[in-house]
Design a protein around this ligand. Structure first.
Ligand code: ADP
Length: 656
């Protein structure tokens, strides 16, 4: 059995109307132990021949048996396995990975090889090719001759039967050329078959057999003798029949992928940092926005719970007159005496009318615009507003329309700074008022500052400030939460009767009564919507970050086409290349995601510290954005990674 047996190999390139027969029916046998040189003028098909023999390319037709096995019909991944096990390559341009030490370059094929198949120690091989002191040097720190020796060590690491050398001395000076050819001769003596393309006569002379090619055909064949079997046992190349893919995510391999991902990212720091930033901002925004939304929801709930379940609120609705829907409050007004009379409705404990509006307040040279509420003494208990200093409005204030007011903490801060306001006079809408009390701290609920408020007697607000006979709403406290339905109905009936609202269809909602459960449900759905909205805006920025990653990876794939070609030549399969680029994309997105979680957390803390909003980071939002950032890495890294894995080894190697 010959090592190589080819019969009628054809490879035809069609360019426009032209047909180039790069291989025009080549039949060739190569025995084990031969040292063969392929010569011929430029364009005669030498490289094409070597690439097909080296399984980097496939013929259009013809048969190629390597070690007795037909290989012309195998898939790309099957070929990769045979390349890894049987072949070593040496290229004219060395094709070493830059920024990678000589030792790592020499050991690179091990990454893609079956860990159980025989291999040599790359360190020992570097010593053997005379680079004992240079193993930590990067390619740009080595001479051409030294780089080619590293490439030779790399070709040897998997103990190949065959070495394919494409113009191995083409880029070297005479002295280095002789050293390299000397090394090849030595390897041949040790039993490795060598096939070398060269156009230099004196290099070819070292081979034992020279074939000349012209126009895709072999024109002469010197048929020299190979090294006899008895002298070629030193290196004892393995014979392996196993071409099944032996891919496995061994921990070593995964570690190496991450190692390479970090190196690739470090090689392009600015680029990697920018796409990292995209993910960081995206994830940070998701975390912070969800924290704000959830916080707002929680403080709303707390606020509602503080008011208790006994509270009902009466507001004007709408009535139909003559079939025409009237605007809210036009005819269904709540006059003060009716509001007060509601206290007599059975099962009602107490009531507090409210009239509100925006007012301008001044104190010496300070000016502030805030919300003023006119109400009665009951309000203090019903709305958790008992003053921390001074007193609340009294019945007497209401009867006399006294110009007294209580201030919320924000108003005090704006008008008085740190000074004590009680006993001072301020102007509300240019009317003089005496400050009699300080309202308790309520805090913010994420939507509004609840301490930005003023309370005055209801009659004062109606007649001295707003000039109105009616109030906006009435707070009604029932004796028992179980009474709410009963009281709702009797309050509505009472108001309709008082206001003589016709008892016709369409007037059921002349007065509306809301209970806290209703209001809470409404607020809940509002805050949920808001959280969702904030979250989706943030998610969009994460998506944009993902597109950034894809962009970077696509650039990276194009830039590293040659590297991909080399990796495939030394045995990498599609899945190897795919994993490498995918892990690179995921590394960016996961690191960005992690940093984003920290940033989002920091931003939420800052917001609650400086703005006083309640923010809550839920495990849900952390898990969601971690998963999302991993997903972004996979989703947006997949396309470039697939693109890279599909590159044909020979086209990738030739890419300029
Ligand atoms: P050599 O190595 O002897 O210089 P090659 O094997 O590289 O020759 O090329 C043989 C012929 O095939 C040349 O005419 C070349 O132009 C053509 N050829 C090689 N590769 C391609 C390709 N990918 N597309 C089109 N033509 C090609």
């Amino acid at each position: 059995m010959s090592l190589i047996e080819t019969k009628d190999l054809f490879k035809i390139y069609r360019m426009g109307g032209n047909e180039v027969r790069a291989l025009d029916g080549v039949s060739l046998n190569v025995e084990e132990g031969e040292f063969m040189a392929i010569m011929g003028p430029s364009g005669s098909g030498k490289s094409t021949m070597l690439q097909i023999l080296g399984l980097l390319d496939t013929p259009d037709s013809g048969s190629y048996k390597l070690l007795g096995k037909e290989v012309s019909t195998l898939t790309e991944d099957e070929l990769a396995v045979i390349r890894s096990q049987t072949l070593g390559f040496v290229f004219q341009t060395f094709n070493l990975l830059s920024r990678t030490s000589a030792l790592e370059n020499a050991g690179l094929p091990l990454l893609y090889a079956d860990p159980n198949s025989p291999h040599d120690d790359p360190k020992m091989l570097l010593e053997e090719v005379g680079l004992a002191q240079r193993e930590d040097h990067k390619p740009n720190e080595l001479s051409g001759g030294q780089q080619q020796r590293v490439a030779l060590a790399r070709a040897l690491v998997n103990r190949p039967k065959l070495i394919m050398a494409d113009e191995p001395t083409g880029n070297l000076d005479t002295k280095s050329s002789l050293e390299i050819i000397g090394l090849l001769e030595k390897l041949n003596k040790e039993g490795i078959t060598i096939i070398m393309v060269t156009h230099e006569e004196d290099i070819a002379r070292h081979a034992h057999r020279i074939i000349q090619m012209r126009d895709g055909k072999i024109v002469t064949d010197s048929q020299g003798q190979g090294i006899p079997a008895e002298v070629r046992e030193e290196r004892a190349p393995k014979v392996s029949e196993d071409t099944k893919a032996f891919f496995a995510f061994t921990p070593k391999r995964v570690k190496e992928y991450f190692h390479q991902a970090f190196r690739a990212l470090l090689a392009n720091k600015v680029r990697a940092a920018l796409s990292f930033l995209g993910i960081l901002i995206g994830v940070g925004a998701v975390i912070a926005m969800l924290a704000i939304g959830t916080g707002a929801q929680k403080s709303m709930q707390e606020q509602m719970a503080a008011l208790g379940t006994n509270l009902l609120i009466l507001i004007p609705g709408s009535v139909q007159l003559g079939g025409v829907q009237q605007g809210t409050g036009n005819t269904s007004r709540i006059f003060l005496q009716d509001a007060m009379a509601l206290a007599k409705v059975p099962r009602v404990k107490q009531v507090a009318p409210e009239i509100s509006g925006r007012v301008q307040v001044t104190y010496s040279d300070k000016n502030w615009n805030t919300v003023l509420t006119g109400t009665t003494p009951n309000y203090a208990d019903m709305r958790a507003s008992n003053p921390t200093f001074g007193r609340f409005v009294t019945e007497e204030d209401d009867q006399r329309r006294n110009r007294v007011c209580l201030l919320g903490l924000t108003v005090i801060k704006e008008l008085f700074g740190d000074a004590d306001p009680v006993g001072e006079h301020i102007k509300i809408n240019r009317v003089n008022f005496l400050v009699v009390g300080v309202l308790p701290l309520l805090g913010s609920n994420g939507f509004q500052d609840r301490d930005d408020r003023i309370i005055v007697p209801v009659t004062t607000a109606m007649y001295r400030l707003f000039g109105r006979e009616y109030v906006n709403m009435v707070d009604i406290e029932v004796e028992d939460p179980g009474d709410t339905d009963l009281v709702t109905n009797s309050v509505q009936a009472f108001m309709r009767k008082q206001m003589r609202v016709p008892n016709t269809q369409g007037n059921e909602n002349a007065y509306m009564v809301r209970n806290m459960a209703d209001i809470q449900a409404t607020f809940n759905s509002i805050t949920r919507l808001m959280t969702l909205l904030l979250g989706s805006v943030a998610a969009i920025s994460l998506l944009v970050g993902g597109i950034g990653i894809m962009n970077i990876m696509l650039v990276s794939v194009t830039e590293r086409t040659k590297e991909i070609g080399l990796r495939k030549a030394i045995g990498a399969r599609r899945l190897d290349i795919l994993s490498q680029f995918l892990i690179e994309a995921m590394t960016i997105s996961l690191m960005g995601g992690l940093a984003g979680i920290l940033m989002g957390w920091g931003v939420s803390l800052a917001i609650s510290f400086f703005a006083g909003w309640q923010t809550i980071i839920t495990p849900f939002s952390v898990i969601l954005s971690s998963l999302f950032s991993a997903f972004v890495g996979i989703a947006f890294g997949l396309w470039p990674a697939i693109k890279a894995s599909k590159l044909s080894p020979i086209l990738a190697l030739r890419y300029e």
